[in-house]
Design a protein around this ligand. Structure first.
Ligand code: BGC
Length: 766
């Protein structure tokens, strides 16, 4: 039977077509009697109050997103104003303030309001509260979602111990352009990896019981498509197809909601001409009707007000109306809803109904997290001392940091270094720099609490005098005499460790870069040191994949250290001295050059992709750069040698409702224990729409003792082969597939298998 007839018969056999679990439309369950009773008693002003989020003016807060508070007044007056607003029922939640004792006072004021509706307390806790874990991009390099879950659990314990029970995390935007600074906040370029981490973070933040005092309500963000900003420029427009949206950018959100997330944040960005914040199709049709999402949507900071600047709303009243009707519940901004809605809802039934729905959704979530039963949940002033930065949490930070480090290069087995007998020159602006250890969104980290690379190496050395430290340059600028001083230190050493890379402010929000390189001052430093000919190891701090060149690219060894957080220096020392073998893998492709962006491993084959990796005329390429990355997605070395057998399929073909096992033997042929990350990729060889050259479908960390070999096996069924059809529906087609179990997205030789058509259809067709 020809492929064409197979497709036709499948289409005529709709009952057998695969429908992913998230496809059926769901309707929200009715609110509880308590919520309905409250709603009935609420005035318009009180309902709008539930949709109003203020920056906390009363508790210490590192982040002020000011609402319509008169900032010319003194802080004490502003705080008094805010308390009065809370007492009047005009505020639903506070943002960014911490402190359990003060939180109790605030909640007490809320309980003095007419309807006694407790406040919800939110904050941006992405990768730790005071115990800082690696930035999410770094943690993604662990390829260990269970580890991310454990870090999120600890973050939730710490933040709830200071009176915050709602986090604006995880960031689940897939990021395929490394110029975008917010790559740092997510799990990289791949939809499957990001989805696995998204679900893990939600499980970790929320724990097994959402109403427990140490549970933090999670907010997968930014819904949706923000990761595709044009040119990697923050806040820029997004132009992606519906298929791309559904296949690449939406699944991590769905995974997070399936894991129990009850809130989401609308993106700043527009998509196909409609800003996410006024996007009815996104916020209502997809989120609520298709997926049955039962929680609430909060705007990003000022994103509802910005509908005017986007040019889709005539004025702020129009912006408020559009946002509310689209399905935006809470306004995090400058008080748009409270200013504009009261007059409009009085005469607009649809708007009044939307206000009721939004208030109901907020109250339902407040009920789900236990605030009505215990308004003082997460407000126990005794917990902070016990639960913040305790030894267990710090030990997890060290483990997480170790597993996030990626070894890109290790010529001549330079690493690991011995702990004695070798003089080490540690050179670079990031060698002993407390300001750039924690990474973006570590708002509550305290200066000086995290361990620098210098401190980590020194503590691990048998004779600390073997370590000499020289800064050499600032991150962006030269230091007078700095290079000379660094060269003197290098000359006196047996081996040089260069600590280079980005400042933490170079990634995160408002941190897009056109040139994703190590700043020039540091490149000059590296060049000067390399000229001395000493063995040279580069340790990179970065919030994105960088385009490495010159002396840095040519160093003998390269370790990617991201921003590792509280225990970064110690974790790096563990790796540098070989207490543990590196095991991280790149969650983003490292490009050859900045101009190669966007580059992501799961691109299309095109009619002319140079399959063999050989550059040839008239192929998909730039004339001046090879069409492959410098280091591919999934890549990372260990201190041992790991050999993969050929990939095997348990059978050449499998039936529609059956499954297939794909396996390979993986052997540690070296003399060190390692953890290897086996990755399974597929390619659909002919489908009704073009498919990526490879797609990650499974991965597993495997511990291998020296000389040990194991069979790693993954089971796939047709759900793993689904894609979005020409008619924009998730479907599965019978087809032939390539499959790899490999150590990176570019490695290995494929096996093949065939998914057969449903039998009924095949029989009917023949
Ligand atoms: C960011 C969000 C963040 C919010 C609140 C915005 O500028 O885009 O990710 O949650 O601020 O701090």
């Amino acid at each position: 039977m020809s492929r064409r007839t197979l497709l036709a018969s499948t289409a005529g056999f709709a009952g057998a077509a695969f429908t992913p679990a998230w496809m059926p439309a769901g309707t929200s369950p009715p609110a509880s009697a308590r919520v309905n009773a409250l709603l009935e008693r609420m005035t318009v002003e009180e309902k709008i109050g539930q949709l109003t989020l203020y920056s906390d003016m009363i508790r210490p807060s590192p982040l002020m997103i000011n609402p319509d508070i008169d900032v010319t007044k003194s802080e004490a007056e502003q705080a008094r104003f805010q308390l009065a607003e809370i007492r009047a029922g005009r505020v639903g939640g506070l943002l960014s303030g911490v402190g359990a004792r003060e939180g109790r006072q605030l909640q007490k004021v809320a309980l003095e309001s007419r309807l006694k509706i407790p406040l919800i307390f939110g904050a941006d806790v992405l990768h730790g509260f005071r115990t800082i874990f690696p930035i999410p991009l770094g943690l993604a390099a662990s390829f260990d979602p269970a580890l991310a879950e454990r870090t999120a659990r600890v973050a939730a314990i710490e933040m709830t111990s200071v009176g915050v029970h709602w986090t604006y995390a995880p960031m689940v935007d897939v990021a395929r352009d490394q110029r975008w600074g917010r790559v740092a906040e997510g799990s990289g370029e791949d939809v499957y990896l990001t989805s696995q981490f998204a679900a893990a973070y939600v499980r970790g933040f929320q724990g097994p019981d959402l109403s427990a005092p140490d549970a933090a309500l999670a907010t997968p963000k930014h819904f949706a498509g923000y990761g595709a900003v044009l040119g990697g420029m923050d806040y820029n427009a997004v132009e992606i197809s519906e298929r791309e949206l559904r296949e690449t950018f939406l699944p991590p959100f769905k995974a997070a909601f399936d894991a129990g997330a009850l809130t989401t944040m609308s993106a700043f960005t527009e998509i196909d001409g409609v800003p996410a914040t006024s996007n009815h199709r996104l916020l209502t049709s997809i989120l609520r009707r298709e997926w049955g999402f039962k929680g609430f949507v909060v705007s990003d900071a000022f994103s509802a007000e910005e509908l005017v600047r986007h040019g889709v709303a005539a004025d702020e009243a129009d912006a408020a109306r559009q946002a509310l009707l689209a399905g935006l519940d809470i306004n995090l901004g400058r008080g748009l809803y409270r200013r504009e809605l009261p007059a409009m809802v009085a005469t607009d039934k649809a708007l009044m109904a939307a206000l009721d729905d939004a208030a109901r959704r907020v109250l339902r979530v407040k009920e789900a997290i236990g605030l009505f039963d215990d308004p003082y949940r997460s407000l126990d002033p005794d917990r902070e001392a016990r639960d913040v930065r305790n030894p267990e949490h710090l030990a997890l930070a060290r483990e997480a940091a170790r597993k996030s480090i990626v070894l890109l290069k290790n010529e001549g087995g330079l690493l690991p270094l011995p702990k004695s007998g070798k003089r080490i020159a540690l050179i670079g602006p990031l060698a002993d720099d407390f300001a750039n250890l924690d990474g973006p969104w570590s708002l509550w980290a305290r200066a000086g609490e995290s361990v620098t690379l210098a401190a980590g190496l020194r503590a691990a050395l048998e004779d600390p005098a073997l370590l000499a430290v020289a800064k050499g340059s600032e991150i962006d600028t030269e230091i007078k005499g700095g290079v000379d001083e660094a060269m003197a230190a290098a000359r006196a050493a047996d081996v040089v460790v260069l600590a280079l890379g980005e400042a933490q402010a170079m990634s995160g929000e408002d941190a897009s870069r056109a040139e994703i390189v190590v700043p020039q001052a540091q490149q000059r430093l590296a060049r000067a040191i390399a000229a001395l000919g000493k063995p040279m190891i580069v340790v990179l701090s970065t919030g994105r994949a960088l385009a490495l060149s010159g002396a840095i690219r040519n160093a003998d060894a390269i370790l990617v250290g991201w921003f590792l957080g509280s225990e970064g220096g110690r974790a790096l020392a563990d790796i540098v001295f070989g207490d543990e073998s590196p095991s991280g893998r790149l969650p983003v492709s490292f490009p050859q050059t900045s101009g190669q962006q966007p580059y992501f491993y799961n691109h299309k084959t095109t009619g002319r992709f140079p399959e063999s990796g050989q550059d040839a005329a008239f192929t998909t390429r730039y004339r001046d750069v090879a069409n492959r990355p410098l280091y591919p997605f999934g890549f990372g070395l260990t201190y041992s040698n790991v050999r993969y057998s050929a990939t095997r399929a348990s059978k050449p073909q499998f039936k529609w409702d059956d499954a297939i096992t794909i396996s390979a033997r993986i052997e540690n042929t070296g003399d060190r224990a390692v953890e290897e990350v086996a990755q399974l990729y597929i390619r659909d060889r002919a489908a009704s729409v073009t498919r990526p050259i490879r797609q990650l479908k499974r991965f597993r960390r495997i511990a291998l003792k020296p000389g040990e070999s194991v069979d790693v096996a993954f089971t796939l069924d047709q759900r793993d082969l689904a894609f979005v059809s020409p008619h924009l529906k998730w479907i599965v087609e019978p087809s032939d597939f390539f499959v790899w179990i490999a150590p990176s997205a570019l490695a290995g030789e494929p096996a093949t298998f065939t998914l057969l058509a449903p039998e009924k259809a095949a029989a009917g067709d023949s």
